[in-house]
Design a protein around this ligand. Sequence first.
Ligand SMILES: Cc1cc2nc3c(=O)[nH]c(=O)nc-3n(C[C@H](O)[C@H](O)[C@H](O)COP(=O)(O)OP(=O)(O)OC[C@H]3O[C@@H](n4cnc5c(N)ncnc54)[C@H](O)[C@@H]3O)c2cc1C
Length: 371
Amino acid sequence: MAPTKIIVVGGSYAGIAVINQLLASKANQKQEIEITLIERQQNWIPYTKLFPKGSKHKIVQGKIAEVHHHHVILATGVSIPFDYMALCTGSLNPSPAKFNVDSSAEALAITKKAREDLVKSKSVVVVGGGACGVELAGEIKTAYQDKNVTLIHATSTLVDYPGYSDAMKSGALTHLESLGVNVVLNEKIAIEGLTFENAIQVAPRSIHASGKVIESDIQFLSVGIRVDTGYLSTLKPANHAAFDSSRLVNAGTHTIKVRKTLQIDQEGLTHIFAVGDCGDFSKVPTAAACKFTAPTAAKNILALAENENSKKTSSLSNGNAPPAVMCLTTGPTTGVLSLPLVGMRFSNFFSKLLKSKDLMLGGILADMRTK
Ligand SMILES: Cc1cc2nc3c(=O)[nH]c(=O)nc-3n(C[C@H](O)[C@H](O)[C@H](O)COP(=O)(O)OP(=O)(O)OC[C@H]3O[C@@H](n4cnc5c(N)ncnc54)[C@H](O)[C@@H]3O)c2cc1C
């Protein structure tokens, strides 16, 4: 029997967790599987040890441009067939939080330039007090105590995500203020020239906020997460030429509508799954959430494959809502933590222990078996 072809698109938190669960569970399966990881970025992460040596699994560097019922087409025009697929294409934040480029060299160049510009600046403004903005403002102020750092946020509460503790939200403000960051709340501002595409701007700007004028010579935009699921515009259930593919995504966010099983929420397309930031399963997109949802998607893919091959009808599992866990670091030794069982007063200790040391890279690199 031919192996079941499984494509995983996106080799980050969600995609790697799906692959690891597929590899771990397949031992119990009679059906052979052949996994293809498709990842747009080059030389970003060495995936060389992700799959066991000599296995049939493959890594393809490329960007999927179109998804069809049983194949994808890369931007290069190459077509790759699949029986099942997990879309794990994530999200984009303005740089330097994430980089909308295809190679690590380009991302490093952006980071290097931002560092150089930051060193030369005197007054820094960060727009947006979500997790990325809070961390960025805190880290800059910690590293450059002589610089004026202002964080401007549109509403009355920083990191105001649903389900997260008020202690974490007020803790973020306290931490930043104790570091010396000037936090301006309830000000929705637009700065000339500062856009998602030009999210690190070196330019003199006088910003009017809260009845004051804030001078700055460098500004960072830290607002707006973008999800690019345009590749779904070609996807239709079989024999349904008139199907309107825009129904597969949420208007506005472009996240993929999924069922509790992580399958695309559309009859005839339930062999395709969406996991992580590109799907709408988790209210707040986090790497921690991927760890909760990806195993369910992987197990359900294998269950569907087994059902098909043995004509069984085992039922699929529902994913669990990820807990409201978040670790916000405002510098190498300070931060706040939202953990259901841990109180605020342990925040610095735990955030340092959990994240500041290596920004949790150790965990994901271990998952990717890079070391
Ligand atoms: C600065 C910052 C700090 C954060 N800190 C934390 C934290 O401490 N804890 C936490 O839980 N979460 C944190 N997050 C959130 C976390 O990073 C995301 O939730 C996580 O990256 C989502 O993982 P993902 O696999 O869904 O998508 P992503 O990490 O966005 O990865 C998607 C992958 O898909 C690839 N891809 C995209 N489109 C295509 C395509 N068309 N074809 C092929 N490949 C494609 C991309 O190159 C990428 O490798 C942080 C985010 C930022 C920006």
